[in-house]
Design a protein around this ligand. Sequence first.
Ligand code: FO1
Length: 304
Amino acid sequence: MKVVALAGGTGSAKVLRGMKSLPIDLTVVANVGDNVWMYGAYVCPDVDIACYTLSGVVDRARGWGVEGETFEAMGTFERSGLETWFRLGDRDLAVCMARTEMLRRGSTLTEATDMVRRGLGVPFPVLPATDRHVETRVATPGGDLHLQEFWVRDRGRPRVTGVSYRGASSARPTRAVADAILRADRVVLCPANPVTSIGPMLAVPGFARLLARTDARAVALSPMSGSGPISGPAGKFMKAVGRRADSVGVAKMYSQFLDAMMISAEDSAMSRRVADLGVECRTSDTMIRGPQDEARLAKELLAL
Ligand code: FO1
């Protein structure tokens, strides 16, 4: 079975890890809206979270970065007077520098990502959703922020009044992404923030059309439970863009291309409203507490 997984950050990575052990032909398409220039390097958090997770080197407690990292470079940046709120470990920094060097020599982000994932021993293609720089911008009463400024520097505290995707309108899905989606048997939307992880992909002209055009069955695992996200700031963002912060709101955002969605058993009362949107709805225990849940949910999703 050819499976394309649309992935954001740490929540998505858990499902990717569950899929890794299944006998499938997996391609990961990762969000690029969190990408940021830091300390002279191009950092692609969601691409890297997928690669570190699939190669087994991820720091499991944090869900990002490399296990057992050292932060010598950060110390030097700090002593040099740079702001150091974005903590890049030494090995993580080396990966970002390798990518930056490839880009400087004229490689596309897709090519640079392929080099990184091969170097890490990831056995599946990991594709950035687009080769262009797309940046999720968060409007707050104090001004317009990069997603990393909002989430890491300001700890997700500012009130969110809107979200935009800078650069998206002039971006296109890559040929590799288009081919993977059009040839897939399943497209899986991993549990991810619909506004800041899947939203930047859907904002790229042509991306949603690929999902609507493909013969692949499109299935999603809801990142919500009850009236909020299982983790992270998705609720705040959903409300800011005028959506319900629950599984019905997520189903509505994806309804143009989504065939089926798995929601928390505790939200079974929402099944009917999801189905009314033309999305088949199943319930399950959607909490991921460890490797057993990762594998179980990956299997259940592919059987949806
Ligand atoms: N998250 C943090 O909360 N603090 C950090 O200092 C931080 C650094 C960082 C460095 C590289 C990387 O790939 C991810 C990093 N993250 C950090 C995670 C990141 O901010 C977000 O969780 C993702 O962008 C969301 O997917």
